[in-house]
Design a protein around this ligand. Sequence first.
Ligand code: HEM
Length: 385
Amino acid sequence: MVPLRPGDSSHDNEYNEDPEAFAKRCEEEYGSMFNIHLFGSPYTVVSEPYIREVCTSGAFSHLEAFDESSQVIEVFMTATMEFGQLIDINTPHSKWHTLALRFHHKSLYNPLRKHLQVLIDASMPVILERRRLEALASEAGVEWERPNDILQHLLDDADKYEFVDLEDVCAHILILIIISVHTTADAANSMLYYMAAFPHSMDKLFEEQQQILNDIQPINDHLDPAHDRDLPVAAVKKMVHLDSFIREMFRFRIEPLSVTVNQRALKDYIFSNGVKIPKGAKVIINTRSGHTGPEVGEDATEFRPWRFVDKPKAAVKVGPDFLPFGLGRHACPGRFMAIMEIKIIGALIVTKFFKIEMQDPSKTKMALHARLGEPIPNGLKLFIR
Ligand code: HEM
């Protein structure tokens, strides 16, 4: 265990003061694996070159790392419902009502019900049609080609997830929607702060997109470059500087010891260097060691927006040197959509605004390293083209 500072009962204080410096110091003093006590749990920190082993050996699970996972999900659901209740001004709001919500997720007072109902109404005819097709295929003695989507996966695994009705299935989908929107919005928000902190990037990104769009739809007297042009997906895919900017933003902003990619050992595991991890142990990946390793190139501790231009490192490509979406079998399947969304937001921002400014430049570092979902106490001013 990395020794604690006098007066500290865990490594929380030391880590929170300067996460980067703490991770770097521990790695330098204790090597690529060391034990710490962070955020209420003991963790083994695993650094390069052993990150791939954690993510791909099958001996660890990210999901299992939330040992109180049912509690976490419960709290998440309750908080989401209470939030929904707060914004629904027509719903009576009292302590008793909140308690009722907590114990009766399915009660009529649940303000998320109306969103759930939309999903139920939309999915019911789809499910009925699928059942009809499945029955027809069975009658004809051929195998029904199961749709490869989240709805079908959840229906097929209904027993495993202990769903009792369609409402359970739709509640699951609703949570997935909330989480995926939140992570994407959080990253898009970060991107604006990076554009403000590195203002010259905006000029390059605008130049790139104008060149690409001109090839598709040349400017004429009736077309205003900042406001009128279509933004085809094919054009966004060609924006390699934008892609590089976004990958670099993700690389740079990740927390050095991020619990968003922590893991739990599913069985006793012996690393290739002989270190033993017992079943049940919690592991944090030292993203700093991967994200600043030799693969990243020069000045790895600096933000270099065009670092990945002309390199086989698209923003969706995961690896030990790029972990915001995890790695291995369970790497985020939504990243293709998320990156495309963030790129479209980025492209629209540089089309419409020529400059973004931090209201308080002294808080720039804090804004660039804000943790997932953490509010950034620094407003932005956007200047229209
Ligand atoms: C910037 C946005 C996003 C970030 C940073 C992000 C990050 C992550 C991370 C770190 C994981 C865990 C990977 C692991 O277990 O090793 C994950 C899993 C997952 N993500 Fe995302 N995600 C994002 C957007 C999305 C979107 C938009 C969707 C859906 C449309 C999505 C769906 C999922 C699903 C279904 C899993 C579970 C995969 C599995 O366990 O096999 N994510 N994501």
